[in-house]
Design a protein around this ligand. Structure first.
Ligand code: FES
Ligand code: FES
Length: 171
């Protein structure tokens, strides 16, 4: 069937087989290989992308169901600059090692930044609990997200009184 959707701000029309999953559509049909296919069973989170503003697992969504949808991948998120500070925090804290989980992890972390600006470390861990990382032990990832939240709170006047999680982030 033919579908037309928006991917990273660009209108795309393609023929897709009914059983084509979004992650394969992105990687194989559109060449957007930033999102990774790991377990392909909805468990690891490596395939996390944004559809109509919400994060989903690309291995569980059929491309054919996305006619008219708006999809953002790690490529689009990066190009927009929305998470430049988060990505810098990942680098600064060695929160990416082999990097396989990182695109999905950043997509999930971006969701925290957008919707849960008051998340503490426990809440960050909870939000990221569906994204597996075999390298880092998660501490550095949580540090990077907590530090980014804290930095944003400092630079957002309405949130200025919320407190500083930077020190906590170093624990
Ligand atoms: S590849 Fe989709 S959750 Fe693992
Ligand atoms: S950095 Fe290797 S799986 Fe997370």
């Amino acid at each position: 069937m033919m579908i037309t959707l928006t991917v990273n701000g660009e209108r795309v029309t393609r023929h897709v087989e009914p059983r084509r999953h979004l992650i394969d559509f992105l990687r194989l049909d559109l060449g957007l290989t930033g999102s990774h296919a790991g377990c392909e069973h909805g468990v690891c989170g490596a395939c996390t992308v944004r559809v109509d503003g919400e994060i989903v697992r690309g291995c569980l969504v059929l491309a054919a169901s996305l006619d008219g949808a708006e999809v953002t991948t790690i490529e689009g998120l990066t190009d927009s600059g929305e998470v430049a500070d988060l990505q810098e925090a990942f680098v600064a804290r060695n929160a990416a090692q082999c990097g396989f989980c990182t695109p999905g992890m950043v997509m999930a972390a971006a969701d925290i930044l957008r919707h849960h600006a008051d998340a503490d470390r426990a809440a960050i861990r909870e939000h990221l609990s569906g994204n597996y990382c075999r390298c880092t032990g998660y501490q550095a990832i949580v540090d990077a997200v907590a530090a980014t939240l804290s930095e944003r709170a400092i630079h957002t006047p309405a949130d200025a009184g919320r407190g500083d999680r930077t020190q906590e982030a170093g624990r």
